[in-house]
Write a protein that binds this ligand. Sequence first.
Ligand code: PEP
Ligand code: CO
Length: 433
Amino acid sequence: MPAAQQPDWPDPVGLRRVVDELRAAPPLVFPSECDRLRSRLAVVARGGGFLLQGGDCAETFDGVSPAQVRAKLRTLAQMALVIGYACAAPVVKVGRIAGQYSKPRSSPTETRDGRTLPSYRGDSVNGPEFGEQARTPDPERLLRMYHSSMATLNVLRAFGGGGRSDLRRVHGWNEEFVSASPSGKHYQRLWEEIGAALGFMRSLGAAPETVGETEFFTSHEALVLEYESALTHGGGRPGEAYDLSGHMVWIGERTRRIDGAHVEFASRIRNPIGIKLSAAAEPDEVLALIDKLDPHREPGRLTLITRMGAQRVRAELPALVEKVTAAGAPVVWVCDPMHGNTFEAANGYKTRRFDDVLDELRGFLEVHRALGTHPGGVHLELTGDDVTECLGGGDDIGPDDLPERYRTACDPRLNRSQALDLAFRLAEMYRGA
Ligand code: PEP
Ligand code: CO
């Protein structure tokens, strides 16, 4: 089957050796964990929860430092507390983490000063530096992706357990944002309310330690099929397989054709599956994907991640939601307000406006409220660090500020304070419901 966006590996023997090694390696996650995520997402699909999915556009091998991984998890935990309070519902926390190393590209090659080389496809394939050696796909990198994912998962599992992300502690981190950042002050009241609610819970005898055991899941785009299939194993029951490279995997906008290899692969695994949908997605095409990937209409199996752009979401989303609902598909509806709002600033930096991101989210909510469907979550590109990649937000980052700390390996991410700002805004929007 046609497999789009695959690297042109120059060394098939080396690739085969790496794939064999991966096939024999221990899984990164376990089938029971994937099943648990599916049951959590089933609650969201029925309208009783919220999915917060976020992390880097592209993880990098250099980014696997305990400090950077913890900062991302902290940010997600902080956001989840605020959103969960406002929705009065559980927030399912899924990182774009521990496997998000492979990127689809709009062009297979890149030309600079008359010289043409393969595009950077993520650390799993080649290096970002513009040179012959760095850009040549190297299968050894797939092994490094596996080991980097494992190291990241180790931090994630430790962070989630043992009270390290206890809700009172998370609430304390939010205090730093509320008291110290320009946009944070605006949310003082909401922050105090959350504190009062936590105090009330404690008075009832719900120990914050047990309440605060934070459950994090991992996700990434299932792109490089040699890697994904090498980590796919039987789940115990006959004919059942799981991609054990991550809990949830998604199919990107560029690889979701119905007769393509990525969709075929996803149809054969039991993991929760996401599908990215741009404004160009035809409702009939989406119905065919649902039939292929979720023939039994199982809540929690499929998450539709729409990324239409602030300009188009209000016009394009309603027809899609109506047809999917009429087909009886119990999907989780998620808004990715990043990928439809990317543009190049005058100084050449790829960026996004915080206000466009918010506006697409608002449009997503309006559409679902009008149709009576559940706006089930958000899918964000964010980091726990103080980068300058997206415009606006509390610190009002302008185009001239972008070069200061523009560190992403691919698309521009919300920084920590923009991400928290967005969580509080989202909380206000959901509370207005
Ligand atoms: C991404 O999520 O980084 C991405 C490439 O998204 P999409 O497939 O929606 O363009
Ligand atoms: Co991206």
